[in-house]
Design a protein around this ligand. Structure first.
Ligand code: SF4
Length: 442
């Protein structure tokens, strides 16, 4: 264990599952160097913000949290605060001007340098390590994971697409895939530790390509499902242009690969998809949906939608509503567009849809999607679904919360079951976001 100064650290994670997985890598790297996790930011000697730049409100939340840390620093002069992840990668040294609380910055490819950054800050100077490293996959690091039921396994990092609204190519750099053998090795360890669900992660998992043998994501997914036959296998996120027939066939063929695909569409209008530089038309997207539905029985689909992207007209918005009504996604992440500095859109287009119009369009999208979800969930009443119990339900310890293979949330009577159990549940009622039921008699 380290001596001198405080050796305890606390990580506050903003953003997506990829960032949660990265926080596990950061924890492992710090613990290898003798640092230990703190219970809370109040008791830590080092506080690390692992940040996300994708949404404007995430950046606002980071600034708010930094104000809180400034208060903590007044009480503890030795407290060290670092900002890691996408925001400092993007804002570079300008980040220091946001808050005097910040002592060091680290980008998504420089987490291995965190222990030396902390040491250098202790010797008195603010530090930044923001280089891209197109070879970095953090191979050989065993991430520390919260919980013992579900585990994230990153299989690739970065993105080579240039969607006009997105900062990821500028914050996480070029695509690189983890070696096939190291993903399988990690899955083997998770199986031995009793994990019941494994989610393969990447910004665009469909473009996974093993550098050694050239195997693709369909081959990886198939191999992972065979390595972990008792666990559920999921993956996210997919790009519509890269969904292959081989991948769809692999999902259909393997019983433990969950029949759920998150397939972001962003808009129902081909004109908008071209402006967004998505690399496909809406007809091609609909063809992919038809392929998926024809091969994977009972598949659940979810998506992402952006309302009010630059140049969006009323007829484009109507096409998005038509798409939602036609496809009937199980669920959707829905946002109105806000400019992310440095992106292709910020450099090329005027953010010309008035905010009041964006908000109105978003509300129409949300209202429609909620009514579709509610109908789909009502239709599930009376059916029997397999649920992986994850935790006590928020309302009562007499109930458990879990998910179906299609990723629907189910709350059900505990009846002696524990988190980690697979339970066959009869659905008795539903809201637009949750199914409610009771275990079937066996
Ligand atoms: S596919 Fe597009 S939206 Fe997704 S991470 Fe890459 S650039 Fe961003």
């Amino acid at each position: 264990m380290r001596t001198g100064g405080s050796d305890s650290f606390f990580i506050y994670t903003f953003g997506c599952q990829m960032n949660q997985a990265d926080s596990g890598i950061i924890s492992a790297l710090l613990q290898q160097e003798g640092y230990r996790p703190a219970e809370s930011d109040e008791t830590a000697g080092i506080i690390l913000l692992n940040t996300c730049a994708v949404r404007e409100n995430a950046v606002d939340r980071i600034e708010h949290y930094l104000q809180h840390l400034q208060g903590l620093k007044k009480r503890n002069k030795d407290l060290i605060v670092g900002v890691a992840g996408c925001v400092p990668q993007f804002q570079k040294e300008e980040m220091f001007s946001i808050s005097p609380a910040i002592d060091f910055l680290a980008g998504p490819d420089t987490y291995r340098s965190l222990p030396s950054l902390i040491e250098q800050v202790r010797s008195g100077a603010k530090q930044a390590s923001l280089e891209f490293n197109a070879a970095e996959t953090y191979e050989g690091i065993d991430p520390l994971r919260e919980g013992s039921i579900s585990a994230f396994v990153p299989v690739m990092r970065g993105c080579n697409n240039m969607c006009a609204f997105c900062v990821v190519p500028f914050t996480r750099g070029r695509e690189r895939s983890h070696p096939f053998s190291s993903v399988i090795g990690e899955v083997r360890k998770l199986v031995a530790s009793g994990y019941r669900e494994i989610t393969l992660l990447g910004q665009n998992v469909n473009s996974y390509r093993d550098a050694e043998e050239g195997r693709d994501f369909a081959a990886l997914l198939d191999a992972v499902s065979r390595e972990a036959p008792q666990a559920r296998v999921r993956f996210t996120t997919s790009h519509p242009k890269d969904i292959s027939e081989a991948l769809v066939q692999a999902i259909a063929a393997r019983p433990n690969i969950c029949n759920h695909i998150h397939l972001p569409v962003q808009s129902g209008s081909s004109r908008m998809l071209a402006l967004m530089n998505r690399g496909h038309t809406i007809e091609e997207y609909r063809e992919k949906i038809a392929l998926i539905r024809s091969v994977i029985s009972g598949v659940a689909l979810s998506t992402d939608i952006i309302a009010g992207f630059c140049g969006e007209r009323e007829e484009d918005h109507k096409m998005t509503l038509e798409l939602l009504a036609d496809v009937r996604f199980d669920s959707a992440f829905m946002f109105f567009y806000s400019t992310r500095p440095g992106t292709l859109a910020a450099r090329t287009f005027e953010d010309d849809v008035p905010e009041v119009v964006k908000k109105r369009r978003l509300q129409e999208i949300i209202d429609l999607q909620n009514s579709v979800s509610a109908e789909l969930y009502q239709q599930a009443i009376g059916s029997s679904v397999e649920v992986l119990a994850e935790s006590d339900s928020r309302r009562s310890s007499e109930q458990l919360m879990g998910r179906t293979p299609g990723n629907r949330v189910v709350v059900f009577d505990r009846k002696g079951f524990q988190p980690g159990d697979l339970v066959q549940v009869l659905i008795t009622s539903a809201t637009s976001a949750t199914l409610v039921g009771r275990p079937e008699e066996s």
